[in-house]
Design a protein around this ligand. Structure first.
Ligand code: GAP
Length: 577
């Protein structure tokens, strides 16, 4: 479809999944709560309730198992090499020089703009403007459409409206909003949005039927914003003159270490777990028997003072990361990068994110840092990014940038001596080679991961007793199974309790086994469906006679009889335990 063709009105390809409904379920069933809710909440911070805490633990454990303990499910890496990984657990607060060396003190900034009238704040790079080009403009010819972009970029065209949109779907919403507003007689019937290459332009035609006006919804370039902020309309009031010029804002949270709290005591809460690995690289090499190629994994909380936290837990100020820094010889780094990129995509699929909602986006060459030979993002189509995607994980070829930076700043040698390489000595053995290892970094976010799992699992089916339920993958589900005595008499509660105790003893490491004897069996199934519990076992009158129970499957609702003594092995197989 070209930019000139009209596009259907739909904003989201999956309107059935309402974020409001998903957030309500998360609250109702104890997955996610607003932090400090009884005090009105605190923007950008979220707590996990009982089910959410276990879901996130299961995600962390799955990452730990498949990345550290049994990396890549035992498969070999490039050239048949073994994939070996070890964990570390490093501090949230590090020496401030770590963040100078990593570039975070100098460069971890977002541009920020304030509306002086409403006191609201937003990221300058999220501001998009509606630029209007009159029909007589020389750029009106479709063939010259790129010229319109250029004109807008160079500031020749002032935006007539501005909106905040950080991605394609928000631009869609901005357009819908635009249609409701008074645009001084401009007709936006034929509005069309299209992502144009890596610049993420949002272009549309107005009144294309009559060909009188053409417009563009584009990101307002920083330089233009700096020069013309007094003429750009505020996205909150529509009036010009109240926006401040963009200012760089460092995303790191500052704190003080020690009692005096002077400038020299300033320290930072880590914005990523990765640097903890780089600064301990030498210790891991010197104190363990790892040999390159190998990886070091680190999980834990990271902190970023995001200018505009939004979209539930997607962009939070405190969040959890699971990062692997995989070190290899420079000559093998591209192959390892491809290996990890493909495995990480496969991994997210294996835990329930298969299908069209998951993509691997390889960055264009001109998007890469000077030291990188490749970066890809695993992206998920969240209800709030649809039809676009949001990043779950970045897989980056980081070259030798980080180790070199720490070597320069700390004056400690970070190079690695590889006894298996180098010229051959007269005795036929390699002489060895010193080199700075290259690093491949799969960096995942566990909060975004948990949110994607919930969004993907969320299912609506009005015909069921639980019209909303969660099809969570059994490996990730916080409740693994439930046991119900059909009625509270005739020996059923005793058998149910025994089964519950047996299953709890066997599966407590993976999640809980629930016992529920309250209300009708239908209501009990519905409660478990909503919590994402994959299997329910009902003890009834026949159980007493023939030692069988009813197994009921969450996704299909199908029921079958199963021998009581086969329940544990059935669950083991389904949970991969
Ligand atoms: N060491 C590289 C690094 O930190 P990143 O892309 O900035 O890379 C990795 O972060 C992952 O951490 C992201 O893909 C995302 O899942 C998660 N993440 C980053 N910022 C986040 C935020 N403000 N809220 C929630 N998750 C975030």
């Amino acid at each position: 479809m070209t930019a000139a063709e009209p596009k259907p009105e739909s904003v989201s390809p999956n309107p059935a999944k309402s974020m409001d409904a998903i957030m309500a379920l998360c609250k109702r069933r104890g997955f996610i709560y607003q932090a400090s809710e009884i005090y009105g909440g605190i923007n950008g911070f979220w707590d996990y309730g009982p089910l959410g805490a276990q879901l996130k633990k299961n995600l962390r454990d799955a990452w730990w198992q498949d990345m550290i303990m049994n990396p890549c499910w035992g498969r070999s890496g490039p050239g048949g090499q073994r994939v070996r990984c070890v964990p570390v657990e490093t501090c949230i607060i590090q020496h401030p020089k770590v963040w100078e060396a990593s570039g975070h003190v100098g460069g971890f900034n977002d541009p920020m703009v304030d509306d002086k009238e409403t006191k609201q704040r937003f990221r300058a790079d999220h501001l998009v403007g509606l630029f209007v080009v009159p029909a007589e403009n020389q750029y009106i010819d479709k063939a010259k459409r790129p010229g319109i972009r250029k004109a807008a970029l160079s500031g020749q065209l002032a935006p007539v409206r501005s909106f905040i949109a950080s991605n394609e779907s928000e631009a869609h919403l901005a357009l819908q909003e635009l249609k409701k507003r008074d645009l001084g007689g401009l007709d936006v019937r034929a509005a069309h949005v299209q992502i144009d290459g890596s610049e993420s332009w949002h272009a549309f035609d107005m009144d294309s039927a009559r060909g009188q006006m053409h417009g563009l919804l584009v990101q307002i370039p920083m330089r233009i914003l700096e020069q013309t902020h007094t003429t750009i309309p505020s996205p909150f009031t529509g009036k010009a003159g109240s926006l401040t010029p963009p200012r760089q804002f460092n995303l790191m949270f500052k704190t003080y270490v020690g009692a005096t709290a002077t400038e020299s005591d300033i320290a930072y809460m880590r914005p990523e777990t990765a640097q903890g690995v780089f600064v301990q690289f030498k210790n891991v090499v010197d104190t363990t028997r790892v040999k390159i190629p190998f990886g070091i994994g680190n999980t834990g909380r990271s902190f970023r003072n995001e200018v505009t936290p939004r979209n539930f837990t997607f962009r939070s100020r405190e969040f959890e990361q699971a990062e692997l820094e995989f070190f290899c010889h420079p000559s093998e780094s591209v192959e390892w990068y491809q290996f990890w990129r493909d495995f990480r995509m496969e991994w997210w699929k294996s835990i329930g994110l298969a299908g069209d909602n998951l993509i691997l986006r390889e960055h264009e060459k001109d998007e890469l840092s000077h030291y990188s030979q490749g970066t890809s993002d695993v992206e998920y189509r969240f209800p709030f990014t649809a039809p676009g995607f949001g990043e779950l994980e970045g897989i980056a070829h980081r070259g030798c940038f980080d180790l070199t930076q720490h070597q320069t700043h700390s004056k400690q040698k970070m190079e690695y001596f590889d006894a298996s390489r180098g010229e051959l000595a007269p005795n036929g053995q390699p002489k060895g080679e010193w080199y700075m290892p290259h690093c491949i970094e799969p960096a995942a976010g566990l909060d975004r991961g948990a949110l994607a799992l919930i969004c993907e699992a969320y299912t609506k089916d009005e015909s069921r007793a639980s019209p909303e339920f969660l099809k969570l993958h059994p490996r990730l589900a916080p409740i693994k199974a439930a046991v119900f005595p059909l009625v509270n008499k005739d020996g059923m509660p005793e058998i149910a309790e025994k089964l519950h105790a047996e299953l709890t003893a066997k599966f407590w490491r993976q999640g809980s086994i629930e016992m529920d004897e309250k209300q009708s069996i239908g209501k009990r199934y519905a409660r478990m469906d909503e919590a994402g519990c994959p299997f329910c076992f009902t003890v009834d009158g026949d159980t007493v006679k023939d030692q069988t129970v009813t197994l009921r499957d969450r996704d299909t609702g199908a029921q079958q009889r199963m021998a009581l003594d086969k329940v544990a092995s059935f669950l083991s197989e389904k949970l991969g335990a």
